[in-house]
Design a protein around this ligand. Structure first.
Ligand code: SAH
Length: 323
């Protein structure tokens, strides 16, 4: 059995010319390299011949010219995002992941994204299978995003960037999602109302809670409902023999993520967020209700159950028949 093996290897393990790989040295320094026949990658601890990497297994090691070993793997999307050329500040991988779930980006969806910046969010949504049209104010960013997307997702990705101001309007119609990473997303709410299909979602990523609060106010008097805001706290751990603890440093703050759904006019009166009549029965227990979804028998989601367990599933949706 090969070391680290046990699983039958497939051709997908073999590295090919033109691919991007990550070389990791003994000190865990990482280098992003594009494999080209006969080229050499120069580090301060020697040269690694690309020909030794082309045809090698992902997950193997190669020897550099001075006898040092380098581990070779393909970079993940998160690693690419943090290493690719950037002009604008990219969205952190932890937030990219949350956007894919919160905005429910899925294969075949038509997404309008503004602004595209360096294209990190574009890549994540394209990799999730969406078709993306980007609006971007700056030509240098639009070009960089397109180059980054071509390098990471491929030149046949369903991706187009237009040089324009999204605050002036959106030409597309029947969109599934409008995803925004720019300073004043509230100026896009009215445009998104006509560009999205009913049930479609708007999603905005903002650095401050003041901006987020303003966006929520504007959404409150729009055709959008079911608004929700979150931030992602991400803490890595140091795990080494008997020292197992959180790492000392973490990214303290990146941004707030807000989503809302476009509703039909008749649904707007009853949308969550608009205070309804007071409850006729008191909510059992003092646990906060996980969200606004009640069980089918009419009892509130999130309330304590008679058996003493906490009510409310982690997703906050109770009383659902899942068949
Ligand atoms: N989400 C991107 C980063 C976006 S940075 C990424 O992950 O790489 C914000 C971008 O919005 C900038 O490139 C800026 O030029 C663009 N922008 C700001 N206002 C805009 C507007 N009104 N219309 C289109 N793009 C805009």
């Amino acid at each position: 059995m090969d070391p680290g093996g046990g699983v039958e290897r497939t051709d997908r393990s073999l590295l090919g010319a033109g691919e991007k790989v990550l070389l990791v040295d003994a000190k865990k320094r990482r280098y992003l390299v594009t494999l080209r026949p006969d080229a050499g990658f120069h580090t301060h601890v020697g040269i690694v011949a690309h020909n030794d990497l082309i045809g090698a297994y992902e997950g193997s090691t190669v020897l550099g010219s001075t006898g040092r070993r380098f581990l070779v793997v393909r970079p993940t999307l998160a690693e690419m995002v943090l290493k690719m050329p950037r002009g604008a500040q990219v969205i952190y991988p932890k937030d990219l992941a949350a956007i894919l779930m919160e905005a429910d980006i899925a294969p075949g969806m038509e997404v309008l994204e503004a602004g595209v910046g360096s294209g990190a969010l574009s890549m994540a949504m394209l990799r999730a299978g969406a078709s993306v049209v980007g609006y971007e104010l700056r030509e240098d960013f639009a070009n960089r995003a397109q180059n980054n997307v071509t390098a990471v997702v491929g030149s046949d990705a369903p991706y187009r960037v237009e040089l324009r101001d999204v605050y002036d309007g959106i030409d597309e119609r029947g969109l599934d999602r409008v995803v925004l990473d720019l300073p004043e997303p509230w100026r896009v709410v009215a445009h998104a109302e006509v560009a999205l299909r009913s049930g479609g979602m708007i999603c905005a990523y903002l650095p401050t809670i003041n901006q987020t609060s303003h966006l929520r106010q504007v959404l409150e008097s729009s055709a959008f409902g079911m608004a929700s805001t979150l931030e992602v706290l991400h803490r890595t751990w140091h795990i080494e023999e008997r020292s197992v603890r959180p790492d000392h440093r973490m990214v303290g703050h990146t941004g707030f993520l807000t989503t809302a759904r476009l509703l039909r006019p008749e649904a707007l009166g009853s949308r969550p967020g608009i205070p309804g009549p007071p409850p006729t029965e008191p909510v059992a227990g003092d646990r906060p209700v996980a969200d606004d979804v009640d069980r089918e028998d009419g009892s509130p989601g999130g309330a304590d159950r008679p058996d003493g367990t906490a009510g409310g599933t982690p997703d906050g949706i109770d009383g659902v028949e899942f068949a």
